[in-house]
Design a binder for this molecule. Structure first.
Ligand code: VG1
Ligand code: CO
Length: 540
């Protein structure tokens, strides 16, 4: 069936897919025009195979039905869809690669809250399993501005609760167990026997799935296959509104877990993941692992897991992520790449064998096993390392700092600001960058300042305007950028970093250790005075 339509304003994918208020997404034709634009901008769907699934948030099930019928009407050959339309983002990435699919459509606004009053999102991944690169998202956006018609099969809904082969409008639909292939992939990368033995010795863990998609994956892998005690995985049922939780695994939104990890009776390991299962937070008993530190620890110890026994080809981190991993890469004698924020920039590095591990400060780490960050993978790698080293999380982290020094690091988010005010903060600082080197700011001397530009070493594409960075003589950094995943106003992210070589000064409070850099950032960007905010909304 052909339906005439009009373009919708603002269908421009951000850092990771198109995210809007759910009410916008469910408005007439909104999802349809975006999906048709994906097909149109990527050479049509004729004869192609796609993977479809989402994180279970409100509208996930309806949207999946629409996409199936649209794929059929556009001539697709086959769609592989998770049972009940569920798939975590890393599992979807794996399925695209495993089945040699042409792409995947993931229904998720990731760490944004879900429900009729919250957010919905659509991500498009290409045949390598990774988020569409900028050239593709730009083509999709261009198409959304010109679209006049979409195609949808006039058919009854597919029964997505039944695993097996079905058909809609002449197209094959394979409803699969969302967990099985992913669990098998993990079993091949990690020493399940050794982790199992650790649990059998009494190792205790709490995994908070935050009522989002990782629950079924974590239950199957941690409890059923690795023998963690029943009840290890909490909030394990994916709910349309995530049970009212904000499925963003950080100390603010997963504060319940943080509280439970303090005190002598706390479990040995605490972990949480986000809406679509690509982020993770790690806590030891009485200790929080900052994501940039966690990534450096994973890079330094990955060889302890069977999947990485032969070492790493290289690592990559997003520019705002702390430089802790750079020190590990230098010690290992491997390359360390610096990319803009967003997993799509890691794709070429992973595909070309330049990087084995990638990480972002925003609770994201992953490897070349898929082309997305992967929350449960990171948790399993920690478990494998803990099992091999037979030390606590705190011991591992403290030893890491003693060896490499400590990159004190924090991100301050100023959320839902009026867009003009946020843009003015960025524009004002950007205009001053050239004159900053040599100047003294709050007692620190500026060594370099720029607006980050990334030239992809594989395809030569250039991405400008990826974040303002000011580096001081002692290596401390201030980075400033606007979020590309929000759905309300603008969010300024301020990233702060200061290196302490040790052995003294490795155990300071993070915000106190960063105080001089925080002061310099305010003097440089005047975020608080220009926005009238007393302080950040979220500190991670
Ligand atoms: C944020 C993070 C970024 C991450 C992106 C998608 O983007 O900073 O590191 O890749 O979210 O993560 P932004 O533009 O808001 O800073 V997910 O788990 O929400 O897909
Ligand atoms: Co996510």
């Amino acid at each position: 069936m052909r339906v005439t339509c009009r373009p919708n304003d603002g269908q421009k994918p951000g850092t990771s897919g198109l995210r809007k208020k759910t009410k916008v997404f469910i408005s007439e034709g909104y999802l349809e025009t975006f999906i048709q634009s994906i097909f149109d901008a990527t050479g049509g769907a004729e004869g192609k195979t796609y993977v479809v699934g989402g994180d279970g948030r409100y509208f996930n099930d309806r949207a999946a039905q629409v996409i199936l019928k649209m794929a059929a009407a556009n001539g697709a050959k086959r769609v592989i869809v998770g049972q009940n339309a569920l798939l975590s983002t890393p599992a979807a990435s794996h399925l695209i690669r495993l089945n040699g699919a042409d792409g995947g459509i993931i229904l998720s606004a990731s760490h944004n809250p879900g429900g009729l009053e919250a957010d919905f999102g659509v991500k498009f991944n290409t045949a390598n399993g990774g988020p569409a690169p900028e050239a593709v998202t730009e083509a999709i956006h261009a198409r959304t501005m010109a679209i006049e018609e979409f195609f949808i099969a006039d058919e009854a809904d597919v029964n997505l609760s039944r695993i097996g082969e079905q058909e809609v409008g002449g197209m094959e639909v394979s409803v699969i167990d969302p967990v099985a292939d992913y669990a098998a992939l993990m079993a091949g990368l990690f020493d399940f026997a050794s982790i199992r033995a650790m649990f059998a010795r009494g190792f205790r863990m709490r995994f908070d799935a935050m009522c989002a998609v990782t629950g079924p994956y974590a239950r199957e892998i941690l409890e059923n296959r690795l023998g963690a005690a029943p009840g290890t995985v909490v909030n394990a049922e994916p709910l349309p509104d995530f049970g009212g939780m904000h499925p963003d695994p950080n100390p603010t939104w997963a504060h319940d877990l943080v509280e439970r990890m303090s005190g002598p009776q706390a479990p040995d390991l605490g972990a949480a993941s986000d809406g679509d299962g690509d982020r993770h937070m790690i806590l030891g008993r009485g200790i929080y692992v900052a994501p940039s530190d966690g990534f450096a620890v994973l890079a330094a110890n990955a060889h302890l897991a069977p999947g990485y026994r032969n070492g790493l080809k290289g690592v990559a981190r997003s520019m705002p992520t702390s430089t802790a991993v750079d020190r590990v890469a230098a010690a290992l004698g491997i390359g360390c790449h610096e990319t803009p924020t967003g997993w799509k920039f890691f794709g070429n590095l992973l595909d070309s064998g330049r990087a084995t591990l990638c990480g972002e400060e925003s609770f994201g780490a992953g490897s070349d096993h898929v082309r997305e960050k992967d929350g449960l993978w990171a948790v399993l790698l920690w478990l494998n390392i803990l099992a091999e080293r037979n030390e606590s999380v705190a011991e591992i982290l403290n030893k890491h700092w003693r060896r490499y020094g400590r990159n004190y690091y924090s991100r301050h988010d100023y959320e839902a600001l009026p867009s003009e005010a946020a843009e003015a903060v960025i524009a004002t600082l950007r205009a001053r960058l050239a004159e900053l080197p040599g100047q003294e700011v709050a007692g620190l001397t500026v060594a370099a300042a720029d607006d980050f530009t990334y030239a992809d070493p594989v395809d030569g594409s250039v991405s400008r305007g990826q974040g303002l960075r000011v580096v001081f003589n002692d290596g401390s950094r201030v980075v400033l950028r606007l979020s590309g995943t929000g759905t309300e106003g603008a969010t300024i992210r301020l990233y702060l970093e200061r290196y302490v070589a040790g052995p003294d000064g490795l155990g300071q409070d993070v915000q106190i250790a960063l105080a001089p850099v925080i002061e310099a950032a305010e003097e440089l960007a005047e975020i608080r005075s220009r926005t009238g905010r007393a302080g950040p909304d979220v500190i991670t």
